[in-house]
Ligand binder design. Structure first.
Ligand code: GAL
Length: 424
């Protein structure tokens, strides 16, 4: 998946696939939609179940194509092979700039009719709508807005160790000592490349601020990538290992959240899909668990927008079902229920937020403030900031640096800059 656009044989194979004819106006038929996604944790599965139920209530069939694996790396690999064999699913969870990569292959269907009927242009913030269009046409539909720079905590564990929610890295390391002393794992983590990258991008945002973050991860500015600020961020990032446990390698993110839920660990740094796990465990925000921006990132918001891209289909009934899915995703009923279960905020900002918890309300408010203050930044770890091949190279460097002792922070910074230079 990484170098999709550069992989010429794949490109040729995929370009050979053809589009289908148009559906006659006014026809409504029941059809099947195969939906590729990676939502398999407790909270995620509950949330995606809402969409399946709504679609089935309209008489269509949902064919589940779930590929386990946080952040969708495995799902994207499977999608690539299905597309290469000329048999992509009707809908696939594809996020950020990768929508453009698939659009350029000519494989995505046109959703302009559904978009016009639902007035998506008026409904969606321009930055979101832009991501959903290829060549001026809607090819994908946004589900939600996740915030990535969150710190989650179990308040009983903090209290037992006599510490407060940390607001600086110094406080975080000091709390870590007290928590260890009291017998807890200070920071739950899963050692997988995307989780390492999720943690790292928040440290970069914290130590460099949003302009620096953008220079490094959006502009791929080599000077920023090998700067002292980046070296400092890499150093703090690695030091966070002191707060983790030995069982961390390979652990899934939801199992790390489970450690906080069970009171074995005090905190986790993770996007607000973690809130979906707290909710699925019947825990209340502000009472049973707490949320706060990652230390030093209070004024900024790292966004991660989940979306479904729709593939061109030949069968008119299947297209009808696919259009129904696209329409349902932006309807208020789905947006409200799904996002409450998933931990995210709605993709459309016009919805009444009653029923959402304090963490979601804070997310909504911080999103708007960050947009006004220009401190809204796309997640590097979650496919929002850069092309997939560059992101893959960054993941390798970040995870190798974090998990081995043979790369210094200076060397890691240099390698990030090198990877960026090859991309330009
Ligand atoms: C993110 C995705 C979220 C969440 C998470 C863990 O990339 O946007 O919806 O599911 O991965 O799987």
């Amino acid at each position: 998946m990484r170098a999709l656009m550069r992989f010429t044989p794949l490109r040729h194979a995929l370009l050979g696939l053809t589009a289908a004819g148009a559906l006659g106006a006014g026809q409504v038929q029941a059809g099947e939609v195969e939906v590729l996604h990676w939502w398999t944790s407790g909270g995620e599965a509950k949330a995606v179940g809402e969409l399946r139920d709504l679609l089935e209530a309209e008489g269509h069939q949902w064919k589940d194509f779930a590929v386990a694996g946080g952040a969708g790396d495995s799902a994207m690999t499977v999608l690539k092979s299905r597309a290469m064999s000329g048999n992509p699913p009707a809908a696939a969870q594809i996020n950020g700039p990768e929508i453009q990569e698939w659009g350029e292959l000519g494989l995505l269907g046109n959703l302009d009719g559904v978009a016009e009927q639902g007035d998506w242009d008026a409904l969606l913030p321009e930055v979101v709508a832009d991501m959903m269009r290829h060549d001026g046409h809607y090819v994908a539909v946004p589900v939600n807005v996740h915030r990535v720079n969150w710190l989650w905590a179990n308040p009983e564990v903090l209290a037992d160790a006599g510490v407060e929610m940390p607001t600086t890295w110094d406080e975080m390391f000091a709390a870590g000592d007290a928590l260890r002393e009291a017998g807890y794992v200070p920071l739950a983590h899963g050692g997988q490349p995307w989780q390492d990258a999720t943690l790292f991008e928040s440290v970069v945002l914290s130590q460099g601020g949003s302009d620096f973050y953008r220079r490094a991860f959006v502009d791929l500015d080599e000077q920023a990538l090998e700067s002292d600020t980046m070296i400092e961020a890499l150093t703090t990032f690695k030091r966070l290992r002191e707060l983790m446990d030995e069982g961390m390698p390979g652990r899934d993110w939801n199992l790390a959240t489970g450690m906080v839920i069970d009171g074995d660990a005090a905190m986790q740094i993770m996007g607000d899909w973690a809130k979906g796990e707290f909710t699925a465990a019947d825990m209340q925000a502000g009472e049973d668990y707490r949320c706060a921006p990652v230390p030093g990132t209070e004024d900024a918001f790292t966004f991660n927008i989940d979306s479904f891209a729709m593939f061109k289909l030949g069968d008119p009934e299947a297209r009808e079902a696919q259009f129904a899915l696209a329409r349902l995703i932006l309807e208020p009923e789905f947006q409200k229920t799904f996002n409450q279960l998933k931990g995210s905020i709605p993709a459309r900002p016009d919805l009444d937020m009653s029923g959402f918890d304090d963490c979601a309300l804070r997310s909504m408010e911080d999103f708007q403030d960050a947009r006004d203050a220009d401190t809204l930044v796309p997640s590097m770890a979650h496919r929002m900031a850069m092309r997939s091949d560059v992101q893959g190279a960054f993941f390798d460097i970040i995870t190798n640096y974090f998990n081995s002792s043979d790369m210094s922070a200076d060397q890691a910074a240099e390698r990030l800059a090198q990877a960026a230079s090859l991309a330009l």
